[in-house]
Write a new protein. Structure first.
Length: 254
């Protein structure tokens, strides 16, 4: 586990639910005796923030501007994708699984692999998978993705990138493998909410990017449960805030 990865994730946790609201509430409790008015405001603000970010309607409002930037690929256009390669971004590992031999892919990564396999079969284009092991483990995410594609989808991977720790590094390390091979035009596979940041990173690395987004959360029908605080909604809101923060950080670095 690298120190920079750990520090970045600890900082992100402070800015995302539920810790962002809990931190406000705890700060208010510490000020209860010396600044009672400020204390009450912070506690109420913390409770309100956690409650609001656990509503499906709020999560959708945060996700929609991210997910609508790049539309899904038309199913009847997959065979003629004007690309040289398909790049599938990692989405997390399942560490030390008792039911598998070695580290495996996590849920989001598996969703990306499923769509990447579909694109590879339909288009006949070669695949690159990208993802390192910044939190330690027996094998990188790229290696786990390669194994899962062969085992679960009978799809061969041509390139495996195993040294990256984030989206920007996914792009730079993938460029080191693909550009010398003449593969500049890529179809980029990742979740719809992650696509704006991913497209920016890969375009900056020298690629002509065809976005291939998947899993459009904000496009799902609204139900009464979207107005009730729920853990899945908080997860979606946290993911959206993580992306907005990431976009801001990438913009400041340019």
């Amino acid at each position: 586990m690298t120190l920079s990865w750990l520090l970045n994730n600890l900082l992100a946790s402070l800015l995302l639910p539920p810790l962002n609201g809990l931190a406000l509430a705890v700060a208010g409790l510490f000020l209860w005796r010396v600044r009672p008015r400020l204390s009450r405001f912070l506690v109420l603000a913390g409770v309100f923030l956690v409650s609001a970010l656990s509503l499906g309607v709020v999560a959708r409002a945060l996700l929609a501007p991210l997910e609508t930037q790049h539309p899904p690929l038309a199913a009847d256009a997959l065979a003629g994708l004007p690309v040289d390669a398909i790049v599938v971004l990692g989405g997390g590992r399942y560490r030390d699984p008792p039911e598998f031999a070695g580290d495996d892919v996590g849920g989001r990564a598996l969703e990306r692999l499923r769509y990447g396999a579909l694109l590879a079969r339909a288009s006949g284009k070669p695949l690159l998978v990208t993802g390192g092991a910044p939190d330690g483990g027996g094998r990188s995410e790229g290696e786990a993705m390669q194994t899962a594609l062969a085992r679960d989808f009978a799809v061969r991977v041509r390139w495996v990138e195993s040294a990256s720790a984030n989206t920007a590094e996914n792009a730079l390390r993938s460029a080191e493998l693909l550009l010398p091979a003449g593969a500049k035009r890529i179809a980029l596979v990742t979740h719809a909410w992650h696509m704006p940041r991913a497209v920016g990173a890969f375009a900056a690395a020298g690629f002509a990017v065809t976005p291939a987004p998947l899993a459009f959360v904000s496009a799902q029908p609204v139900t009464p449960l979207d107005f009730v605080p729920r853990a899945p909604a908080m997860h979606d809101a946290a993911q959206a805030l993580h992306e907005w923060i990431g976009l801001a950080v990438y913009a400041l670095r340019r």
